[in-house]
Ligand binder design. Structure first.
Ligand code: PMP
Length: 448
C-alpha cells in the first residue's frame, strides 16, 4: 500500500490523505513509506507505554489462547476480576467496584446512568439535572455530548436528551482576574456553581461532571488550588454526586494514578479509559463508591445498562498488563521526574516565544496555547486553522502532536496537546520539543 492514499475507511474527515501506519515500537510509529513519527501525544493521551511493549503483547497472547470472550450475562472472568482488584486497591477511598466498558464515551454514559439510577433507587427521582462545564469534553455519544461543553461538536445534534446546565471551566490563563489570587478565582467558580445549583433547586440535581484536569478542549487545563475541594463540599452539602472524568488525565498521566489525588478530593464516580489499556485494546471503566453499588445490590439488584463487550477478556488482559508494568517499573515516579525535565525543556523553548501564550500541565500532560501576541492574548483567526497547520508541519517533521482548535463556548483558540508515553527517555523528550519548535514556526510562517 502506498504511504499516503485515499482509503475506503473513513474516520472523521472524508477528504483525508493520511499516511498508513504499519508498525510501532517504543515511542515511534512507522508508516508504509518507512517514515517514523515520534508519538508526542500518545495518540490522544492513550499510549502510556508506547508501542510494541512485549509484556503487554505476551499477556494478550496468553489470554487469547485461554479465552478471548465470554458474555458478562453468563460469566465473569479471572482476568476481569484481577484487573478490578488491582484498580480498586489503588482507587480513591471508598470505591468498591469497577464497571468495564470499551472506551471513554461509554464510561461517561455509564457513569451518568449510574448516578441517575442511584437517585431513582433511593427515592429521589425528581433529580434530573446534571451540571457540567463549558470548556469540557466527555465523549461523542449523545449523553456524553450533552454534558460536554464543546458547542461545535454539540450544535447539529441539539436538542440533546439530557438536562444539563453548564458553568465556567477552570481556565486560569484567560479567566482569572488580575485582582484575585488563584484561590479566590477558584472560590468564584465554586460560587457560580452554587448559584446554578440554587437556580435548578439543589434537590433536582443529580451530579456535577468535570474533567479533573481538562484535556481535549482547550489545551490542558489544570484546576487552581482548592477549586475541587470547594466543589466537593458544595456537592456534599446538597447530596449531589461528583463525577470526575479522568478518561484522559487519569491512570498516571499527571504523575499520580488518579489526578484527583492531587486535589485532595474523592469523587463518587470516576471514569477512566485511554491510559488504562494504553491503546493495546479498547477499554474504559467506571470506578464507583461502595454506597452506590450497595444501593443497586439492595434495591433492584442490577445496574440497568450493558454492552456486548463489557469486560472483554483480552481487553482486560491488556489493561492488567499495562497497569502491572506501571507499578513494576515505577512509572508514576518516572512520569513525575521526566515531567519536570519536559516542563523545563518546554519553558526553555517557548516561554519567550512570541506566539506561545501559555504552557500548562502536569506530569507528562502538557498544553501550549497559541496567541497572536502574548500581551493581548488574542487568538489567531480561526479560519487560519493554525492548529491543523501545526499538526501538518509536525507530521512532516516526523512528530505526532494533538492539535485543538475551533469554537468552544463562543471562544476560539489554537492549542497543542502533548502526552508522550511514560517510557519516553529524556533525549526523546528533548527531541520532541525541538521538532515541535520547528513545526510551530513553520505553521506560523505558512499562515502568513
Ligand atoms: N472524556 C474525556 C475527558 C476525553 O478526553 C475523551 C476522549 N478524548 C472521552 C471522554 C471520550 O473517550 P473515547 O474517545 O474513548 O470515547
Amino acid at each position: 500500500m502506498p504511504a499516503s492514499t485515499s482509503t475506503r475507511v473513513f474516520h472523521r474527515q472524508l477528504h483525508h490523505d493520511l499516511p498508513v501506519a504499519v508498525s510501532g515500537q517504543g515511542i515511534s510509529i512507522t508508516d508504509s513509506a518507512g517514515k517514523a513519527y515520534l508519538d508526542a501525544s500518545g495518540g490522544a493521551a492513550v499510549s502510556c507505554l508506547g508501542h510494541g511493549h512485549p509484556d503487554v503483547i505476551a499477556a494478550m497472547h496468553a489470554q487469547i489462547d485461554k479465552l478471548a470472550y465470554a458474555h458478562t450475562s453468563f460469566f465473569t472472568t479471572e482476568v476481569a476480576e484481577e484487573l478490578a482488584d488491582l484498580l480498586i486497591e489503588s482507587a480513591p477511598e471508598g470505591m468498591s467496584h469497577a464497571y468495564f466498558v470499551s472506551g471513554g464515551s461509554e464510561a461517561v454514559e455509564a457513569a451518568l446512568k449510574m448516578a441517575r439510577q442511584y437517585f431513582v433507587e433511593i427515592g429521589q427521582p425528581q433529580r434530573r439535572h446534571f451540571i457540567a462545564r463549558r470548556q469540557s469534553y466527555h465523549g461523542n455519544t449523545l449523553g456524553a455530548l450533552a454534558v460536554g461543553g464543546n458547542a461545535w461538536r454539540r450544535e447539529q445534534f441539539k436538542p440533546l436528551l439530557i438536562n444539563v446546565a453548564h458553568v465556567a471551566p477552570c481556565y486560569e490563563y484567560r479567566d482569572r482576574r488580575e485582582d484575585e489570587s488563584a484561590e479566590q478565582y477558584g472560590q468564584r467558580l465554586v460560587a457560580e456553581l452554587s448559584a446554578t445549583i440554587e437556580q435548578l433547586g439543589p434537590e433536582n440535581v443529580i451530579a456535577f461532571v468535570a474533567e479533573t484536569v481538562g484535556g481535549a478542549t482547550a489545551g490542558v487545563l489544570p484546576p487552581v488550588p482548592g477549586y475541587f475541594r470547594g466543589v466537593r463540599e458544595l456537592c456534599d452539602r446538597h447530596g449531589i454526586l461528583l463525577i470526575l472524568d479522568e478518561v484522559m488525565c487519569g491512570m498516571g498521566r499527571t504523575g499520580t494514578l488518579h489526578a484527583c489525588e492531587q486535589e485532595g478530593v474523592v469523587p463518587d464516580l470516576v471514569t477512566i479509559a485511554k491510559g488504562l489499556g494504553g491503546g493495546y485494546q479498547p477499554i474504559g471503566a467506571v470506578l464507583a463508591q461502595a454506597r452506590l453499588v450497595d444501593t443497586f445490590r439492595q434495591g433492584s439488584g442490577l445496574f440497568q445498562h450493558g454492552h456486548t463487550y463489557l469486560g472483554h477478556a483480552v481487553a482486560c488482559a491488556a489493561a492488567l498488563a499495562v497497569q502491572q508494568v506501571i507499578r513494576r517499573d515505577g512509572l508514576l515516579a518516572q512520569v513525575r521526574s521526566r515531567g519536570e525535565a519536559f516542563q523545563a525543556r518546554l519553558l526553555e523553548a517557548f516561554s519567550s516565544h512570541p506566539h506561545v501564550g501559555d504552557i500548562r500541565g502536569r506530569g507528562l500532560f502538557w498544553g501550549l496555547e497559541l496567541v497572536t501576541d502574548r500581551r493581548s492574548k488574542q487568538w489567531f483567526d480561526p479560519d487560519l486553522k493554525l492548529h491543523a497547520r501545526i499538526k501538518k508541519a509536525a507530521m512532516a517533521e516526523g512528530l505526532m502532536v494533538y492539535p485543538m482548535g475551533g469554537t468552544v463556548d463562543g471562544r476560539c483558540g489554537d492549542h497543542v496537546l502533548l502526552a508522550p508515553p511514560f517510557v519516553a527517555s529524556e533525549a526523546e523528550l528533548a527531541e520532541i520539543v525541538e521538532r515541535l519548535n520547528r513545526s510551530i514556526d513553520a505553521a506560523i510562517r505558512s499562515a502568513g
